[in-house]
Design a binder for this molecule. Sequence first.
Ligand code: ZN
Length: 512
Amino acid sequence: LNEKKEAERSREQYLKVISVYQRVYLITPHTGYADDALLAIAHLYEAIHDYEDATRTLTFLIREYPSTPFKDTAEKDLNRLRGVPLQKTIAVDNIRYWEAQNSVRVVVDLGGEIHFNQGEAKGPDRVFIDIFPARLNTALNGKQWPVKSGLLQQIRVGQYEPSTVRVVLDVGTVGHVTSFTLRDPDRLIIDVLGQEVVADASPRGRGRSDSRQGGPGEGLTATAAEPAKAATAIKTPDRSADAGPSPAASQRPLPEGEAKPITPAKAPNSGTRSLVRSLGLKLSRVVIDAGHGGYDTGSIGPAGYTEKELVLDVAERLRGLVQMELGAEVVMTRSDDTFVSLESRTAIANQQEADLFISIHANSSRMRAARGVETYFLNFTSSPEALETASRENAASERSIHELQDLVKRIMLRDKLDESRELARHIQHAMAARKGAGTDRGVKQAPFVVLIGANMPSILAEICFISNPQEEKVVKTTANRQAIAEALFEGVRSYAESLSGTKTAGTQDKIN
Ligand SMILES: [Zn+2]
C-alpha cells in the first residue's frame, strides 16, 4: 500500500536493528566495521524521525573516525539533518472508536491544535486524514485496529512524513466521511456514515424501528419492542471512553448481561399498556442525555445551584416516566456525576440504535432577567443569541463555532433535520405549556456538538435559566423538577403519537 512507507514500519523493529549495529560497534570499535555500523545507526535513526540521535551519531562518527571513507557522506547527511525544520509538533496520543450499526465514530486524541486534510484513495478503497504538524506517540506507530463493521474494515495510523501523521480508514461501502476538530482537550472526530444513513435523511425516511426490522439488528429490536421486558432493563453506557487515554479496543458495546435490573416504581395501568402497544414499535429506545457532569459543571446559578446537578435530576425523572408510561427502554449517557465527552454521547446513541436523543440543559445569560424555555435542533444559525448558547454548551471557542457552522452546513441533509425539528416542536410546546415555565422562547437551531452525527431525531432542551435568581429558586424544588420532567415526557409522548397517528387519553387536552 502506498501509505505504508518505511516510516510506518514498526519503530520497535528499527530500534532492534539499531541495537544490533550498536553491538557491532561496541565489539569492534577499532576495526573497519565500526564506522559502517555508526553510519547505519544514523540512517536508521533518521528513518524513524529521531533526528537528535541521528545528528549525535553522525557527529560522533566524524569526530572519532576522521579518516573514515564515509566522512563526506556523514557530513552531507549532517547538513541535511540541520535543514530539517525544528517545527513544534503536536502529539497524537490515542485513537478511540465506537461501532454502530450504520456509522462508526473515530476520535483521535491530540496534544494540541492541529491542521488536517481528508483524502480518498482506491484499490483498496480507503479514506485518509493527514494531521500536521504532528508526531505519533511511539506506542501507536504502525498500529492497526480491526473493525468488524461493513463500513470500515480497519483503522491504521502511522508517521507519514516527519511532521505528518496519517490516519487511514480501510472502508467498505461508505456513504460519507466527515471530520472536525474539538478543543479542550484537543481531538479530531471522524464520522463514517453508511449509505443507508445518508439516504434515510430524506424527509420520508422516518422511524429507525422500521429500518431495523429484518436487518442484522433484528435480535435487538425484538427485545426492545417487547415493552414489558424492556422496562425492567437499563443499559449503562461504557464510560471508560472518558476515563483518560484508553485503547480503542475497549470501545465495544456492552454485552446484554450487563443490563441492570431496576425496581418498577409502579405497575403500568391498562391504559398505559394500550399506549405501549400502539407506540412501542415506533419508540423502543430513548437516549436521555443529562448535560455536563464531573469537572464540567455547566452554568452555575447565582445561589450556587449547578446545571449538571439540576439536569441529572430532571433526566432521572424523565427516565422513570419514559420507562413506566411509554414502556420504552431508556439509555442514560450518564447516571451519576461523571464527565462524559460530547462526542461519546452521540456515539452511544448511535451504538444503541436509539430512536430518540434528548439532551437536557439549563440556560444562562448575562442578563439576570432572562427567563423561560427553548428547544434546539442541529442546524447552522445566523442568530448571535443561538450561537452564544451553542458556544457555551459546546465549551468551545468562537473560532470553533464558526468551523462547526460550516460543518453543519455541509452535513445538515444527512442528519434527521425534519424529524428533529418536529421533535423540537413537540418538546417546546409541552415545556412552554407547563405552569410557571416563563417565556416561550421557541424552537431554535444552532450547531451543537452533542447533536452532530446522531442517526436519530435529536434535540437539546434548555429547561430554564439557571442564571435567573427566581428560576434557580423554582427549580431547586423537587415538585418543580418533576413538573419539568413531566413536560418533557409530554413532548416525547405527543411526538410518538404523531409518528403512529394514535391519540391517547390524557394528552389531547394538554397538547391541543
Ligand atoms: Zn448545558
